[in-house]
Design a protein around this ligand. Structure first.
Ligand SMILES: Nc1ncnc2c1ncn2[C@@H]1O[C@H](COP(=O)(O)OP(=O)(O)OP(=O)(O)O)[C@@H](O)[C@H]1O
Ligand SMILES: [Mg+2]
Length: 319
């Protein structure tokens, strides 16, 4: 039997109303049980891609794709209302900006159980019991006090943990976690990621983990997608990416992973240059200005390749 495809996205493009391209023809596939890491520096289009899956793209943006199916539902034909219900029932979302996602004037306990009560037949008592368990599981000791709080009374790290607990309330069939642990110290970070991994192991819940941190992704994910300037530069298994990176950008990212042996105060290798606006490559490679392997052809053309075991990359060179 073919593996169950949880996400089947072909050629997704996201644009502003004025026609500026922000995400440029990306394809993403995710299978049941898999943890997929999406990496790339700030502005590369990770959050916008995640938000399209959540049906939460800002009003001033629009998307199109050749195929866009989530958990078997076709977003190209599904109405807004049905997409919203699918997301509410079956997808757990940990947003990047946890502050604006929670309603400031509603107590945590009411927010945490809201979606659960809407989409399950269980009662308030059961919902609160589940909320307590999950809040504990994300490392919060004083659960009662937390549940009674308002979001504005909590630190960024606490809010982030509330969001993670909330994302797990409905036993989601897909988890989309956008930089879920950035505001957390390293112990809690591991605890939270281990929790996501446990959920993934127990229920085969697929996870999309968006992160700047290739080190974390290496540890928690089976496959990696490397984004740059709204495009996918490389997509492969973790093993392939680390043992045989094909794209110069991926190579540069691997170099900047903080090494465990690095001495305190020592400067990390950095990738020189800045991220370009999407679409400025003029048919050539979006990374060319920063690439130390740049050739003449990279100015005006780019080759996409898929080599052994579905290892995709977008580069004129063959390493
Ligand atoms: N509502 C919007 N209107 C116009 N441009 C936007 C909008 N939202 C995002 N952008 C732009 O789209 C690009 C991609 O943004 P996105 O938030 O997806 O990046 P990201 O990869 O998640 O970055 P980060 O790592 O900083 O979270 C950026 O250049 C951003 O400025
Ligand atoms: Mg983001």
């Amino acid at each position: 039997m073919a593996e169950e495809k949880v996400l089947d996205i072909e050629n997704l493009t996201i644009r502003t109303q004025r026609g500026r391209t922000l995400v440029d023809g990306i394809s993403l596939h995710l299978y049941k049980g898999e943890v997929l890491g999406v990496v790339g520096e700030s502005g590369s289009g990770k959050t916008l891609t995640a938000k399209t899956i959540l049906n939460l793209l800002p009003e001033n943006l629009s998307w199109e794709a050749d195929r866009f199916a989530v958990l078997g539902a076709d977003y190209l034909t599904l109405g807004k209302k049905d997409t919203k219900a699918l997301v509410g029932q079956k997808i757990g979302y940990v947003p990047q900006n946890t502050g604006s996602y929670l309603h400031p004037m509603i107590r945590i306990k009411d927010q945490i159980i809201d979606g659960y009560l809407r989409y399950t037949k269980n009662n308030r008592g059961e919902a609160l019991e589940r909320a307590r368990e999950l809040v504990k599981a994300v490392g919060i000791r004083d659960t009662e006090r937390l549940l009674k709080s308002y979001p504005w009374q909590l630190s960024g790290g606490m809010r982030q943990r509330v969001n993670i607990a909330m994302a797990l309330m409905n036993q989601p069939r897909l988890i989309v976690a956008d930089e879920p642990t950035t505001a957390l110290d390293s112990t809690i970070q591991m605890q939270v990621l281990d929790l996501l991994k446990t959920v993934n192991d127990l229920y085969e819940t697929p996870v999309i983990l968006v992160s700047h941190d290739l080190g974390l992704v290496k540890y928690y994910c089976e496959r990696i997608v490397v984004m740059y300037a709204g495009q996918i530069m490389e997509a492969a298994t973790v093993e392939q990416v680390f043992s045989n990176p094909k794209h110069p950008y991926t190579r540069a990212l691997i170099k900047v992973i903080p090494s465990l042996n690095i001495k305190k105060g020592e400067r990390l290798a950095e990738i020189p240059g800045q991220l370009n606006a999407v679409g400025t490559a003029g048919g050539g490679c979006a990374f060319k200005e920063r690439c130390s392997f740049r050739q003449e052809a990279c100015e005006y053309t780019i080759r996409e390749k898929t080599v052994a075991d579905n290892h995709y990359y977008r580069c004129n060179l063959d390493f």
